[in-house]
Design a protein around this ligand. Structure first.
Ligand SMILES: [Zn+2]
Length: 177
């Protein structure tokens, strides 16, 4: 099975240091929804793994989180794309859970749910912790320089091998070529 794992904020949508707390604050990065549709058309199942510590910190509740994901899903459907599942970690950093990236808990859960060993499965993110979680499970870390990606690239110390692309569109073109 062809599977690809995406971070959400900074990869699919414009990120915010103040968290994405409402559907109004959610804006797709140009081309990202079409990129997901391209992946789907090439036989990829697309799943999201996203840290959402704003939930644990009380900045948004589950109703708001679900409404944001509904907006994503609706706009994606209009672009002809589909996400199979959204995995999220609601915990604050100080909860020391097993799911908050760079911990690999969400990715292990995806592997179980989709019956995949995750080996060389593309995992696309804009933060070092996305790449570290991917590396920890034997997936293929891919950095996009949208969101925090430029800063991540500048700070370096990326796991080997990490592929680097300008945005999700460019990554999807490579994965489907
Ligand atoms: Zn967690």
């Amino acid at each position: 099975m062809k599977l690809v794992i995406l971070d959400r904020d900074g990869v699919i949508n414009v990120d915010s240091d103040r968290f994405i707390k409402s559907p109004e604050e959610w804006r797709a990065i140009p081309g990202s929804l079409e990129a997901i549709a391209t992946l789907n058309q090439s036989g990829f199942r697309v799943v999201v793994a996203t840290n959402q510590s704003g939930i644990g910190r009380g900045l948004l509740d589950m109703a708001a989180f679900n409404a944001i994901n509904d907006k994503l899903t609706r706009q994606l459907a209009q672009a002809g794309g589909r996400i199979d599942a959204i995995f999220y970690c609601p915990h604050a950093a100080d909860a020391h859970c097993e799911c908050r990236k760079p911990q690999p808990g969400m990715l292990h859960e995806i592997g179980r749910r989709f019956n995949s060993d995750l080996k060389d499965i593309p995992a696309i993110g804009d933060s070092l912790r996305d790449l570290q979680a991917a590396h920890a499970v034997g997936a293929l870390p891919i950095l996009v320089t949208t969101g925090k990606g430029k800063l991540t690239l500048k700070e370096g110390a990326l796991p080997e091998p990490t592929l680097i692309f300008d945005d999700l569109s460019a990554a999807a073109r490579r994965l489907t070529s």
